[in-house]
Every structure is written in C-alpha cells, then in structure tokens.
Design a protein around this ligand. Structure first.
Ligand code: DGJ
Length: 730
C-alpha cells in the first residue's frame, strides 16, 4: 500500500518507489502540506508547521496570534480568510461573497484509481498498481464540497491529483477558479522550467531562477498551444540532466491552462496548475458536480533525465491506450509536402507505389481530398470525397493502395468549418461566435462549437461514414487555428464562460466515441504540428505530428524539448525534401533520416523525384529503422548533449534489458580548430560488454559511459552519426 495514515498525528503519507508526499490535518480541519521529495520511510514530524506571530498575517482564532493561513503551507488554499497567495479555487455566491472556508470532513483510502468522468487520465490495469486517497473538505455556509483525489502509482515515481467539487447546498454557486493542484514549498531556491514556442518552433526550453512574485506559463488560445505547454518544473539550482532534484507537474488537458509559481513574502513558493481561470467560470446548481483535469506530479532525484524517463514510461504504458499502445508503429509516407492540394489518384498512387518499393508501410493522404478544396479557402466540414480529384472515389484509391500491401490513412480537420462550405451555409450557428460580433477567421476557417451535442454528433457521424466507406487504418486529426469569439449559441449568458472548457469536453467525447468505434484505426493528432501536443490528446491518440517544421536542424530542438515529457513513440518525425520548405536549409539525407528515426518515423516528400542513390539511402534507412524500431519506440531515452546549449546534440535509446542501444550524434556547423570529439554514452549497463555494429569493435558499458568513444572526424555542416551497440557474451 503506497498510502499510510497515522491517526494520532493525522498525517497522510503517500509513497512511490522514490518519493514521499505528506499531508497533515491540523487544528480545526485545515489541510496542511508537509513535504514532497525524496522518499522517506516514516515521517515522524521533523518539520512541524512553525507558527509565528507575523505582521499583517490575520488570525482566524482571535485567541491565537500565531496561527494564520497567511503562512501555513496548504494543500488546496482558498481565498477570503487570511491566505493572500494565489488561491487554488474561488467561488462566487449569490450574495456577492467570494469567501470560502473549506475544512476537513472525511477521508478514504482504497486500492486502485478512479476514472474521471469525461476526462482523459492516466490509468491502471490492475487494482494493485495504485492506491488512492480522497480527502473531503466542506464549506458549511455554502454547502460546497471539494474532494482532493490523490493516486499513487506503485511502480512509477508519479502521483496524480485532481479535485471534484460537489454542491450540497441550496443556492447557485459560480466557480471562477478550480485548479487541479497547488503545492506550497517551504523555500524559494529553485529554477523554473517551462516550454515556449510558436508554430514551426515548438517546445523550446526556458529555465530561470525563481523571482519574488508570480511567474507563469499559460494558454488563453483555447488549446494547450505551441506557445506554451501545460507543464512546469521546479529544479534545485545546479540540477542537470543526471543529477539534482526536480519537481514536475504536467496537466492532462488540451485547453486553456495556467501553471504558475508564486514566491511569497517569507520566501516560500506556491506552485499551482489547472484550467486557466482567465475566461472561465462554471455554474454549480445544487446537486451538480465539477471535476478538474488530472495533474501528473513527478519527483526526480536524478535530474531532468530521471524525470523524463518517468513521464515517458508512464505515458507510454498508462496514458496511451488501445491496440496500438504496445504495437510497433508503421513507417509512413505522407503526401502533404509532396503535393500540397494538387494531386489526383494517379499521382498519389505513384508516390505510394514508390513508398512500397522502399519499404514504407502506410500511405497517408493529407489535406485536399474532400469538398472542393484546392487551397485553404473552402470545404472544411464537408467530409465527402472531391470527385474532381478522385473520380473513382476514396474506396477505390484506398484499395489501389492496400492492394499493393500498404495501409491507407486519411487526414481530417474535424473541429473546423470553412465559411465557404455547405456545412456553414446550412448551420452558420454551429461555429463558436458571439451574436452581433464579427467572426474572426484563422487560415480562412472558423471553429465548430464542440460544446454543442448536435455539432459533436455531426462530427462523429461524418467521420464514421468516411472511415466505414474505405479500408482506412490511420487518421491524422488536424486542428489549425485557435479559438476566438468563444461563445456558444446554445448557452445562456451566465454559462458563456463555460464554453472553452465545454469545447474540450466535447472534443474528448468525440474522440472517445470515434476511437472506441474504430479500435483498429491508428489515430495521430496534429495541430499545425505540435500545437496541441499534450497528455490529454495522447490519451485518445497515441501519437502526434511534432511540428510542421521538418527541417532536421530545427527538429533537434523540437524533439529534444518534447522528450522532456512525451515519449519518442508519440513523436511523429518525417524526412522531407531539401531545400526545406519551412526554413530553406539544405541538409544531408543521412542527417534528415537520423533525426526522423529518433521518433515515430516517416517520409513527407515526392518519392518519385528522388535519384536512384537517394532511393537506395531511403531503403537502407527504412530497413535500419525496422530493425531498431522496438528500441526507439519502447526503449528508454537518454539526452546527452543539448541543442539548446551548443553546436552538438546527442541522445541515446537503450532497451529495457540494456542489451541494445542506439547512440545518435549531430553537429550543426563545422568549426575550425575543433577538439577531437569524445562522446559519453548513457544508460548502458557498466558490467556488460557491447559490440559496436558499425566497426565491429567491442567495448565495456563502463568504458562507453565513463571514458566515452572518440568520434570520427567528419567535415561539413549538418552531419550526423547513428551508431548501434549490442551486448555480446564475454
Ligand atoms: C497542418 C499540418 O500540420 C500539416 O502537416 C498538414 O496536414 C496541413 N495542416 C494540411 O492543411
């Protein structure tokens, strides 16, 4: 059992294999946060709450000037009775009050993990994999109850948290903030790590020392976004890839979020994460409930690498679902950068045939196959095949491709509608909008109002019809703009601020229905690349197109940044043509291959235009990838050299049994007067002996990791090495 309760001290002690998390009920039912960090066997009150009479700190008990919520570390702080920090929740009442005083009522500890209705979560397969603690709090005046739900995984160093609000009172309440987790750290000696970026420039890493006041990462775009990601970690200064403490939080959610750290007056730090209160509120009528999304909390004493391996493994095995979770993913060829909108059945068939010859396993027909879509000006929403381009229909094309022994996949952008579409002409009220306001387009399209059941049903019906009409075994689910005029024609004024979250709930429902109805279809999510690359989407769709930027050098950073949280198997990575369509860079085919092979591998170029030599290289790349695919897709990932810190990047994949490894090295620019490069591998077994495939040499794991391996001197820019090691009997 990973959860212990001591009746005498009223301490709850949550334990994963490497971490401890302690909570204490004190005084009149306040829920204090004691500790989160390296595992301790038994907590015996070594860091009791230190009550001091402090200036400006109000006292709920007039007889005790020392006790104040202003400086009590808490589990789920509210507002109005002495805590002036960022509240975890806020609730407006009919009398205009925002004061709420949640106090402890009861607890439950049980084996297993609850499902959160309508929301994606990590999960378990056996009850014995996890234990759950629920702490029930209540505000007597309003009747609002909040149940803090903590689940501890027994084989992952992760604790997940969420909160359920139940309204047991008699008057309507308005939740204006309902975060998923809040943690009060006892000091402020941390760096904060978040991600930032833009379209084609996703998942850059920002690390800065905490400063007094609030610092945050957030999205107000209606999607988790490429600009930020629902993730925040505190790191002890000096923490690096392999050493030092990391406290990381990742929200399993795909919409507006906030992740923030507030350094407070006495140099303590409050970290919180959840749905962004900006633009959000939720009406709770008597008897109603509201469930927050889940937060995954990972503590690592082995630096960022240790943190990433916990996230990667947990998400690969207990977030992603379905028959593809453990299945090797197909090498694909996508026609987007090959043809854009300009194709017909014959050009598609020619690319697919070439792909088949070279060893590819799946052909993906991208945007432009439906309605009358010759550009991005029309047809989203009209999910019927464009007879001009495919006069013999989709089924015919799919069969021409499956007949070659390849799988057939199809692109959709189900959440959108073009103003120039039959759907919009029929249902102009079906998009997000506010009456009398102009509707702002993005990429010439509007966003369907997925808070509406009729809209969700339409999407499920339209996509199901197409999926049932042809042998389609893969779907690329795109989403190419953010939300504006976030309002719904069906919601009353007092519920308009629910639209953003209802949109996400509608999206989850649609994805749930479609992925359940088509369990043999592999779904890949995409939002102009990695614009909605988050744990919420991975629950439904086990892979994501990582970026519209296919340039190998840009991809080093994008893939390195993504690897912090998301597993390599979830990261769509394609070889494209040069000069690259996004940045115009010319990189060697080998390097493009090695970067893309470091993820979920595919190609996105006109294969019919490759030279015979290029085709041979591609053939070899695919053959190599197929051999190492289990290692890349299901092995452990080790970052060695960061593209954010220098001219060289390196990483390694190591099999769970440490018998196999791939070491990848990339150098961006050739430099005069370079040192002889020596690369130290990671993750090998120091006691094993490995054979280096490419040279046949044999080295000890200790030698490869501690002394390193001298790299050959290769001249030129944008070079790469991709080396394999296999354990040999001594
Ligand atoms: C954005 C995606 O990221 C691209 O790969 C491609 O599918 C286009 N949309 C198609 O419109």
């Amino acid at each position: 059992m990973g959860i212990h309760y001591d009746e005498g001290s009223q301490v709850f002690h949550l334990q994963t294999p490497g971490s401890s998390y302690c909570i204490q009920i004190i005084r009149d039912g306040y829920v204090g946060h004691i500790y989160w960090g390296r595992r301790i066997a038994v907590y015996r009150n070594s860091i009791p709450f230190d009550f001091i009479d402090r200036g400006f700190s109000p006292n709920p008990d007039p007889a005790d000037r020392k006790f104040s919520l202003d400086n009590l570390p808490q589990e789920y702080p509210g507002y109005g009775n002495g805590d002036f920090g960022v509240p975890a929740f806020q609730v407006s009442q009919p009398n205009g009050s925002e004061i709420c005083d949640l106090r402890y009522r009861a607890y439950r500890i049980y084996a297993g993990k609850p499902k959160l209705p309508g929301l994606p979560t990590t999960y378990i397969e056996q009850e014995s994999e996890a234990d759950t603690l629920e702490i029930e709090l209540q505000d007597t005046l309003t009747g609002l109850r909040a149940t803090l739900i903590y689940t501890v995984f027994n084989e992952h160093d992760a604790i997940v948290r969420s909160v359920r609000f139940d309204h047991t009172g008699s008057e309507n309440l308005l939740l204006t903030r309902a975060l998923s987790a809040s943690i009060d750290f006892r000091d402020d000696q941390y760096d904060m790590l978040t991600f930032y970026g833009a379209h084609t420039n996703e998942r850059n890493i920002a690390r800065r020392p905490l400063m007094p006041g609030i610092q945050s990462a957030e999205s107000r775009r209606g999607a988790s976004s490429p600009q930020q990601n629902p993730f925040l970690a505190l790191l002890r200064p000096g923490t690096d890839e392999d050493n030092g403490e990391v406290f990381a939080l990742n929200l399993v959610y795909s919409g507006n979020f906030i992740a923030q750290a507030e350094v407070q007056q006495y140099r303590t730090t409050r970290v919180s994460i959840g749905i962004n209160p900006f633009g959000f509120s939720w009406q709770l009528t008597p008897g109603e409930s509201f469930q927050t999304p889940e937060t995954v909390m990972v503590y690592s004493a082995q630096g960022l690498g240790g943190m990433s391996r916990v996230f990667n493994r947990l998400y690969r095995t207990r977030l992603c679902r379905g028959k593809f979770r453990d299945a090797e993913r197909p090498v694909l060829i996508n026609n987007w950068e090959a043809t854009y909108f300009d194709f017909n059945a014959d050009t598609i068939e020619a690319i697919a045939r070439e792909g088949k010859e070279l060893g590819m396993e799946l052909f993906v027909l991208d945007d432009g196959w439906f309605g009358k879509r010759d550009n991005d000006l029309s047809s989203l929403g009209d999910w019927t095949v464009d007879q001009r381009k495919l006069p013999e229909g989709l089924d015919n094309l799919a069969r021409r491709i499956t007949g070659m022994g390849m799988q057939f996949g199809l692109w959709f952008e189900p959440e959108m509608v073009s103003p120039d579409s039959d759907l919009y002409r029929r249902h102009p009220e079906w998009c997000l909008h506010m009456a009398d306001r102009p509707r702002t387009v993005g990429r010439n399209q509007l966003v369907l109002d997925l808070s509406r059941c009729d809209v969700c049903d339409y999407i499920v019906g339209a996509i199901s019809d197409i999926l049932s009409s042809a042998p389609i075994t893969y779907v690329k689910w795109d989403m190419n703009r953010h939300l504006t005029e976030i309002g719904s024609a069906l919601l009353p004024a007092e519920r308009q601020r629910e639209t953003g979250h209802r949109y996400i709930l509608g999206l989850y429902k649609v994805m749930d229905e479609l992925t359940s109805a088509f369990p043999d279809v592999l779904f890949e999510s995409c939002s102009s690349g990695g614009g909605r690359y988050d744990a919420g989407m991975l629950y439904y769709m086990p892979q994501t197109w990582a970026s519209d930027n296919t340039d190998a050098i840009s991809r080093l950073k994008i893939q390195y940044g993504n690897s912090m949280v998301y597993p390599a198997v979830s990261m769509g990575a394609h070889v494209s043509s040069v000069p690259n369509h996004q940045v115009n860079r010319v990189t060697p085919l080998d390097t493009r291959g090695h970067v893309a092979m470091s993820g979920n591998f595919g190609y996105e170029l006109d294969l019919t235009k490759l030279s015979p030599e290029e085709k041979l290289t591609v053939k070899h790349q695919i053959a190599l990838y197929k051999e190492i695919r289990p290692l890349i897709q299901f092995g452990e990932f080790y970052r060695i050299l960061s593209p954010f810190e220098g001219n060289e990047t390196a990483w390694a994949f190591v099999s769970a049994d440490q018998n196999e490894a791939v070491l990848a090295f990339f150098r961006v620019l050739s430099q005069p007067g370079e040192r002889v490069p020596v690369l130290k591998c990671k993750g090998l077994n120091p006691d094993y002996v490995y054979r280096h495939y490419e040279t046949g040499q044999v080295y000890g794991g200790d030698e490869l990791m501690y002394a390193g391996l001298t790299l050959p001197r290769i001249k030129g820019d944008y070079i790469s090495l991709f080396w394999r090691f296999s354990r040999v009997a001594e």
